[in-house]
Design a protein around this ligand. Structure first.
Ligand code: PLP
Length: 390
């Protein structure tokens, strides 16, 4: 595995090979899933290959951790039982009295964990529009500066795009940690560590797994000091994934590049089509020429991604009828898989942020565009628009 980055830095090749070398003993092209929870010691403390107990480390998990490190251009990768378990592990880096700055548009569960759980332990979280760099600079100055900034870009569900380099530069000057939730973009589209971020987080449940059949979380970093502290808490708190889950995430990652390319191309077609529809008030998609950060999207992202949201003129009632009328787009939470999904963020994924600064419009529909034939996806949306008109 370690040789691949030296052999090539082409992402498409790395995705196929990272963490998936043939087994050195058997030649098996797909490495075996190692289910053992404990490892024989040669005398007390004599660890044969560094593995001791399955919560602390496991060969299958290590392969996944090395794979995400390779794809994100990191030196350390860490795997968790879910994206939120990974988020929790990063919050352990904070101390009581610290202040966390968070994008004002993030996955509802991330905000809920900070606001409803960690606030009780003395971590103060402020929601901020991180596109406003003067406000970010002010938050790192003054009497109570922030120790960590949480960037989600493109954001969930309004598809805001934040300048990772600019935020990371301001944070670095203040000695604060920059975290980027790269779930929507994946390392195929952007690599936050190359742009100055300290930590990258993924809900591997989404594009990395890619098939709606595994819950997982990942973190990658180039910092030895941060990795050491994260690794301590990964073992101490124990929210680790099973070897089988690690295998499933790795299997998904091998097709990441082709899935992202195809899904993103589909999303661009649908976003342009929706933007011309009279029933649609506004489309949020980084690939539209009138996206507020179109120039930044061009610089920061390889392709605009496969997530989009839009607001219907007929309000919440039409949005509910519409989301219940599609046939190929399945009405379900989550995102990032081969099949297309539809949801209403306000009553579903973002219900936990109602009445908070992160509340989202009630007529907002979110699409996770999959890899089906785009003509079929467009026909499905067209039929649902007609069905939801009255
Ligand atoms: N980050 C983002 C952007 C998400 O969309 C999600 C889940 O929807 C999470 C983090 C949390 O991940 P998980 O559901 O794997 O705990």
């Amino acid at each position: 595995m370690a040789e691949w980055p030296e052999m090539t830095d082409r992402f498409e090749t790395l995705t196929v090979h990272a963490g998936a070398e043939p087994d050195t003993h058997t030649g098996a092209v797909v490495p075996a899933i190692q289910m053992s929870t404990t490892f024989k010691q040669d005398g007390v403390g004599g660890l044969r290959s560094g593995f001791e107990y399955g919560r602390s480390g496991n060969p299958t998990r290590l392969a996944l951790e090395q794979a995400i490190a390779t794809l994100e251009g990191a030196t350390h990768g860490l795997a968790y039982a879910s994206g939120l378990a990974a988020t929790q592990n990063i919050f352990y880096l904070l101390e009581p009295g610290n202040r966390l700055l968070m994008s004002d548009d993030v996955y509802g569960g991330t905000w809920r964990l900070a606001d409803k759980v960690w606030r009780r332990y003395g971590i103060e979280t402020d929601a901020l529009d991180l596109r406003d760099l003067d406000a970010v600079a002010a938050a790192f100055a003054g009497g109570h500066p922030a120790q960590m900034v949480w960037v989600e870009t493109p954001s969930n569900p309004m598809l805001k795009v934040i300048d990772i380099s600019a935020v990371a530069r301001l944070a670095a000057v203040a000695g604060a940690i920059t975290v980027v939730d790269n779930t929507f973009a994946t390392p195929y589209i952007q690599r936050p560590l190359d742009l100055g971020a300290d930590l990258v987080l993924h809900s591997a449940t989404k594009y990395l797994g890619g098939h709606s059949d595994v819950i997982g979380g990942l973190v990658a970093t180039r910092s030895n000091a941060l990795a050491e502290r994260l690794r301590f808490h990964q073992n101490a708190a124990g929210a680790v994934p099973s070897p089988f889950d690690c295998f499933l995430v790795m299997r998904g990652m091998r097709t990441l590049a082709v899935r992202m390319e195809r899904a993103s191309a589909n999303a661009r077609v649908l976003a342009l089509w929706l933007a011309d529809r009279p029933e649609v008030e506004r489309v949020h998609y980084p690939g539209l020429p009138d996206h507020p950060a179109a120039g930044l999207v061009e610089r920061q992202m390889r392709v605009p991604g496969a997530m989009l949201s839009f607001e219907l003129r007929g309000g919440e009632e039409q949005a509910r009828r519409f989301a219940g009328a599609t046939r190929l787009f399945t009405l379900a939470e989550s995102l990032g898989a081969v099949e297309s999904l539809i949801e209403l963020p306000a009553p579903m994924t973002h219900a936990s942020v109602a009445d908070s600064p992160l509340a989202v419009p009630p007529n907002l529909v979110r699409l996770s565009v999959g890899i089906e034939a785009v003509e079929d996806l467009r026909a499905d949306l067209e039929a649902a628009l007609a069905a939801s008109a009255s």
